[in-house]
Design a protein around this ligand. Structure first.
Ligand code: ADP
Ligand code: MG
Length: 573
């Protein structure tokens, strides 16, 4: 084929791929335009999770009739004139690409009216081809209607996930924008049913409940710090509130949702040693920096920014969070806070010597700053088995009091650590099944599993494709003994479905966590004294014996001191 210049329609469809990847990215661009236009109200309506319809209506400044056609042209913007305007940009948009991109891959209708205009005007764009601008009656503001997104790029359609997933992305997006712009009323609805509705009264905590649910939102800590023209406000989770993935760390920088930033590492560093390995905080942070400190033009969808002084920003965020955390971290008085329905004694949290309670993990590399008072809480002392109660808990005695151990959670922890132990080095020991098992999966799950076979091998599974949507399991990790291979495989796939692209480490940990959950002894399962003893000594050998891989406690420890206080043998109460 000879070299030729692409027809403009093809070129703009290619360019559109950078900006609009899925319904949620179109929603993002349209909402940003509404905010840039000074809207007080932004209403988003969807049909079929945005595939067939996305409509964003605002009461912002509007577009003059004679500029409608320009608005949908590539590199046409009202937001900057010269390239160095980028370094004092106060709007979310500046590339002049969104409407052109969306218009080239959908049927788009743009209706707008400025306050000074007697009537509105409407322009239709189909697959990049502009219609005529027609006068219409319209309220002040702009309505952008996007129908049949990607109707002319079927390849893109194939990359969309199920409606629930696409819808979840839009929900997540709108809720976050609502949080970032609490003065603006947001309304999201599908088929006339509203799913998000904010008051626009500036109350962020009320919106936080839409994001996390009332209970979690109530627990989130307020954050507010400023220094040298930098300002950070928002919410962050107390150390007892965690998630198994890093998706719940949201950062807005100068009003932009920035999804790819080293600042997530700053957040994690603030929680360093306060959370178990594999657990992540929840945070919604709004960082304001002088515009010249930020380069916003490094990503087509503006999802990334660059800092002029990255270390300074990093350290500001890390310190502000850490300070907030240490100020709030509860101090345990020997029992978990919930055991007797009141939280231990109110000793003030003094400096960095945060008491560990049940939350801490010390499986950190030895380079972690030494925290002497925490160390003894980590490992278990040698325990003496007393027995099993309710076929669910083990009772044991240690030199420092009584231990009640949840056998399922404890076994999960034991399996998890064994499974993860060697992940850096060789593969885990694998055990061939007497008869290979054939497992049939729904085709979506089968496709997911297909991509993960090498990871499974790493864990000691020998799994091969076996006809359409079927797999043959020939070996399993020796650790699992004679567990049901079909159950194990299904458990793994569930995990892949939850997340599209977790980091490898995280994926491994989650896969392992999931498998262990399925394989661990259940509550209600009577164990022989030998099994009970084996479980105890395995648990003693764990690096983080006090929590299961999902962050729940494996045990309740009643210290001698607590027992004496509770029985009134000692101290006030
Ligand atoms: P950008 O936002 O980068 O300028 P867009 O393609 O998103 O590029 O929009 C092009 C122009 O159309 C904007 O600069 C703005 O002038 C106008 N525009 C788009 N959406 C709206 C809206 N909702 N209200 C008012 N003007 C809008
Ligand atoms: Mg824009």
């Amino acid at each position: 084929m000879s070299i030729h210049v692409l027809p403009p329609e093809v070129a703009s469809q290619i360019a559109a791929g950078e900006v609009v990847e899925r319904p949620a990215s179109a929603v993002k661009e349209l909402v940003e335009n509404a905010l840039d236009a000074g809207a007080r109200t932004v209403m988003v309506s969807l049909a079929d999770a945005g595939r067939t319809l996305i409509e964003v209506a605002d009461d912002g400044a509007g577009i003059p009739a004679d500029e409608l056609a320009l608005a949908v042209e590539r590199h046409a913007t009202s937001k900057l004139v010269r390239a160095d305007d980028l370094f004092r940009i106060a709007t979310l948009g500046f590339r002049g690409e969104a409407l052109a991109s969306i218009g080239s891959v959908s049927r788009l209708t743009l209706t707008s009216r400025q306050a000074s205009a007697p009537a509105g005007a409407r322009l239709r764009v189909e697959g990049g081809r502009l219609g005529r601008v027609e006068p219409v009656g319209a309220p002040v503001g702009t309505v952008v209607r996007v129908e049949e997104l990607f109707y002319n790029v079927p390849a893109r359609l194939k990359f969309l996930k199920q409606d629930v997933t696409e819808r979840r992305l839009i929900d997540a997006l709108l809720t976050r924008y609502a949080l970032a712009y609490p003065q603006v009323r947001f309304l999201l609805s599908e088929g006339g049913t509203p799913s998000l509705q904010t008051a626009g009264d500036g109350d962020r905590r009320a919106i936080l409940a839409s994001l996390y649910g009332v209970e979690t939102a109530r627990q989130m800590l307020d954050l507010s710090a400023s220094e040298d023209g930098f300002r950070l406000v928002g919410f962050t989770s107390p150390v007892a509130l965690t998630r198994s993935n890093r998706r719940e760390m949201t950062i807005f920088i100068n009003g932009r949702w920035v999804q790819d930033t080293p600042l997530t590492a700053a957040i994690l560093q603030a929680y360093h040693t306060l959370l178990m390995v594999g657990r992540y905080p929840l945070a919604v942070l709004f960082l304001e920096l002088p515009p010249e400190q930020v380069d916003v033009n490094v990503h087509p969808a503006k999802a990334e920014v660059r800092f002029r002084e990255p270390e300074k920003v990093f350290s500001f965020v890390q310190r502000s969070l850490r300070k907030t955390l240490l100020a709030y971290t509860p101090v345990s008085a020997g029992t978990g806070p919930s055991l007797w329905g009141r939280s231990g004694e109110a000793r003030p949290a003094a400096g960095p010597q945060v008491d560990a309670g049940w939350f801490l993990d010390h499986a950190d590399p030895p380079s972690a700053p030494p925290a002497a008072p925490q160390a003894p809480l980590t490992l278990l002392p040698i325990l003496r088995l007393v027995g099993q109660i309710g076929a669910t808990y083990l009772v044991a005695e240690g030199p420092d009091g009584l231990y009640l151990i949840d056998q399922h959670a404890a076994h999960e922890r034991v399996l998890f650590e064994k499974l993860m132990a060697d992940r850096e080095g060789k593969r885990l020991e694998s055990q061939a099944l007497l008869a290979p098992a054939v497992v049939h999966l729904p085709s979506a799950s089968a496709r997911l599993l297909d991509g993960q076979l090498p990871l499974l091998q790493h864990f000691g599974f020998d799994v091969e494709p076996f006809g359409p949507d079927s797999f043959q399991v020939r070996a399993m990790p020796a650790l699992f003994g004679d567990a049901d291979p079909a159950a194990a495989l299904r458990a793994l796939v569930e995990d892949f479905e939850e997340d599209e692209a977790p980091l490898r480490d995280e994926l491994e940990a989650r896969v392992a966590g999931r498998v262990c959950k399925r394989m661990a002894v259940k509550a209600g399962q009577a164990l022989t004294p030998e099994e009970q003893r084996a479980l105890l000594s395995d648990l003693e050998a764990c690096a983080s014996p006090r929590t299961c891989p999902h962050g729940r406690p494996t045990m309740i420890h009643l210290s001698v001191d607590t027992l004496e206080r509770q029985f009134g043998r000692k101290g006030p109460r």
